[in-house]
Design a protein around this ligand. Structure first.
Ligand SMILES: Nc1ncnc2c1ncn2[C@@H]1O[C@H](COP(=O)(O)OP(=O)(O)OP(=O)(O)O)[C@@H](O)[C@H]1O
Ligand SMILES: [Mg+2]
Length: 247
């Protein structure tokens, strides 16, 4: 469904006129199947978020391409309404001047899918993420971190996408709220039969929600493992990474 094909990305190092470039992604190829939850794990700076931005079409790869159902995500029409995203920083993800209702409505408006009588749709989405209809008129500063992230999730599912990309989406939430949001994400994935790309440095969270994980190191795929075989990873780096986090 989502195919990453030989993707490379580099950024200019230092100032604008510096000729030196830092390669952030090197020949990255993998696939996410329909309905699959694919984890992308790896240490800080290994290129996970860069890959996420390429999948979302926010940036373009220098080489290689990303295909969604056989079509390149370079074409905006391929992405819009089909691939959503939820990021770590929920406070800056929602416009502070938007009510919850307006924030959830935004992607639908962009798709031209909005009707004036679709309050019931907003209420249904709120209900699906565990918030009551009274949240419709609240502003972001009136929400807790967990509630704000639930609003971001409602907005991500509003267009009924086939795939959602999460980049450290639960990392800023505290322990018990993380667990509740993970449960919610599991339920929603079943309900909507979506695929997830779940970028995280939290291997425990990945082990809980993902079917398979891709382990990144210095912009390259070190190893890919089905979740039930996570303990049996072969490469030294993957072993170390797991040991570091699983203590
Ligand atoms: N727009 C940019 N311009 C220049 N360098 C960048 C840019 N975006 C990312 N980088 C560099 O690319 C490398 C990978 O960054 P990236 O954010 O993808 O890592 P990450 O795996 O998501 O890390 P973390 O776990 O800390 O979020 C880093 O060295 C970063 O400094
Ligand atoms: Mg990142």
């Amino acid at each position: 469904m989502l195919r990453i094909d030989g993707v490379e990305k580099s950024y200019r190092k230092g100032g604008l006129f510096s000729g030196e470039r830092q390669t952030v992604l090197k020949n990255v190829s993998f696939e996410c199947k329909p309905g699959e939850c694919l984890g992308i794990i790896g240490e800080s700076g290994s290129g996970k978020s860069t890959l996420g931005r390429l999948i979302l079409g926010i940036e373009k790869p220098d080489r290689g391409d990303i295909f969604f159902e056989g079509k390149s995500v370079r074409d905006r029409r391929v992405r819009v309404g089909s691939i959503s995203a939820v990021f770590q920083d929920y406070t800056s993800s929602i416009n502070p001047f938007f009510t919850v209702e307006k924030a959830i409505r935004e992607p639908l408006t962009l798709l031209g899918k909005v009707r004036t009588d679709d309050r019931s749709k907003i209420d249904r989405l709120l209900h699906q993420v565990g918030l009551s209809p009274s949240y419709r008129t609240k502003y972001p500063h009136e929400l807790s971190g967990g509630e704000a992230q639930r609003v971001c999730i409602a907005r991500a599912i509003a267009s009924e996408p086939k795939c959602i990309l999460f980049d450290e989406a639960i990392s800023s939430l505290d322990g018990s709220v993380q667990m509740q949001v993970l449960e919610l994400l599991k339920e929603l994935r079943k309900m909507y039969s979506m695929s997830y790309i779940f970028i995280t440095h939290d291997i425990q969270a990945a082990a809980y929600i993902c079917d398979r994980v891709v382990i990144f190191r210095n912009g390259q795929i070190e190893e890919t493992a089905p979740i039930e075989q996570l303990k049996d990873v072969r490469s030294e780096y993957a072993k170390k990474l797991l040991q570091m986090i699983m203590v």
